[in-house]
Write a protein that binds this ligand. Sequence first.
Ligand code: FAD
Ligand code: NAG
Ligand code: NAG
Ligand code: NAG
Length: 494
Amino acid sequence: RAPYTGQFIIVVIGCGISGVAAAHRLVKSGFHHVRIVEATARSGGRIKTGRLGNNIAEIGASYIHGPSEENPLFCLARDYGLLDPKALTAENQAMDIDERLPWVPNWFSSSGHQKLSTEHMSPALEMFNELLNDTSQFKNQEETPWASVGHFIRSEVRSERWKDKDKSTRKLLLCAVSAKLKEECCASAAHSMDEIDLVGFCMYKGLSGLDCTFPCGFEGLIKNLMSELPADLVTYNRPVSCVHWNNTKNGVNTVIVECDGGERIAADHVIVTVPLGYLKKHHSTLFCPPLPTHKLQSIHKLGFGTCNKIYVEFDSPWWDADCDVIYLVWRDEEDILDHVSDISKSWIRKMSTFTVLKPSERSGIHVLCGWITGHESEYMETLPEQEVRDSITELIRTFTGNATITPRRILRSQWFHDPWTCGSYSHPAIGCSAQDLENMMEPLPTKGSHSQPLQVLFAGEATHPCFYSTVHGALLTGWREADRLISHYSCISQ
Ligand SMILES: Cc1cc2nc3c(=O)[nH]c(=O)nc-3n(C[C@H](O)[C@H](O)[C@H](O)COP(=O)(O)OP(=O)(O)OC[C@H]3O[C@@H](n4cnc5c(N)ncnc54)[C@H](O)[C@@H]3O)c2cc1C
Ligand SMILES: *[C@@H]1O[C@H](CO)[C@@H](O)[C@H](O)[C@H]1NC(C)=O
Ligand SMILES: *[C@@H]1O[C@H](CO)[C@@H](O)[C@H](O)[C@H]1NC(C)=O
Ligand SMILES: *[C@@H]1O[C@H](CO)[C@@H](O)[C@H](O)[C@H]1NC(C)=O
């Protein structure tokens, strides 16, 4: 620990998990002048716990993806005592994600007669999971016969599958694949899987462990980390409007962080953690001088899409007691489509998947979480809540054939119209490669420059080479950039 590191001023822009993680590590390593500047009135960013009656409803992240020893988020949450005993068991941690989630599905169809038999539909699930697993063969390939995950899956399903089955079964299974493809869009926050690069898709690294949630809310993690930091570390309601870097003045306080309202903060180092969606929209005003071309190109190339949740509460369940996930199959979607053509009229079709929230013993209420991505999701955000509720009511009545089912209330997220996020999370759009994520995380000024090194550093979900789009990825990038500064000064002091 170099005693004099305390004098350097470090400004972290954004108080999401990556910003909090960076500040936490710097403070614990003896940096005394660390400050987080946050646009909104709250910490947590895309970790945002809401309420639906007495129940927890996560507006942002819900799951620890791959909760096992290898996952630093899991270890942190465990050490703070935030997880259920079941999530801590060796069996839960060992669950291999290749086997796909052992979730009990209920299938409904748009003909609305009765629930489809799980057994009858299982070939669609099995085949979809098999094809997703098969994408791993394209890892690091220079060329593939298909540009995107969507093209690959559609072409494989159409070519050979279920020729042995009768015509109507085959048709139904193809429609079920459409429902699964829409569900898969949620994992990537994609408008369509046709926009996800097949080779790029393989950059994502899954960890073992069956996904778990925070019983008392994801924000508990942020609260625990923040409680170990000085209370005045974060300045809220202070959007940064411009980072002035590459100043020729040598020595200290090289970078100027300009905020809305005119405050100018002189810093030695700035860690930028704003979402990729925000960068896409505002990079030209956020940096002066502008970002280098290769960094800009990667900001444009990487995708940042919308995934929203709509919680729906019912008086009584219309699904099986052991059901974990509900799929809605439209009988006219045998073409394997994951996006709709007439969004204002048919946006609701994009919502193929509802997950069942386990009823909390006390309140005894019944809640589903509907998932919707893409332009359909962005359109949904613009509608009055009553209209969304009516569309969902009609949808569920159609699929159950029960014209009296009425949701008690709904709660939805609106991430696309959140001015500080501009979407949900990042994905490898067509043409993306590992180089783009490298470019995202590269500090400024770039190598070879003669000005002061490490003026601007970049953290956040969209800067992780294999855990992009996740909380554990964001956490690791915050620590990574803190470590970059810590090792910079420990090198100098030696
Ligand atoms: C609906 C949804 C569901 C998700 N589900 C999961 C899940 O189940 N599991 C999982 O692992 N991940 C999930 N994610 C992704 C996860 O939430 C994010 O990857 C992670 O929280 C991102 O953290 P971050 O620190 O990179 O960014 P953020 O949390 O977005 O933090 C960035 C901060 O910067 C602030 N900011 C922006 N502009 C400025 C400015 N000009 N000046 C100052 N501050 C600014 C923002 O207000 C924000 O607080 C989900 C995300 C969404 C939206
Ligand atoms: C998944 O893919 C891997 C690598 O391509 C393969 O070895 C494995 O057998 C596949 N698993 C299943 C269940 O298909
Ligand atoms: C940074 O400053 C140096 C020295 O003034 C200059 O040569 C270089 O072009 C600047 N870089 C950018 C990206 O503006
Ligand atoms: C329809 O739904 C209502 C309300 O959930 C329920 O009380 C009723 O039993 C259902 N009817 C049928 C035929 O399932």
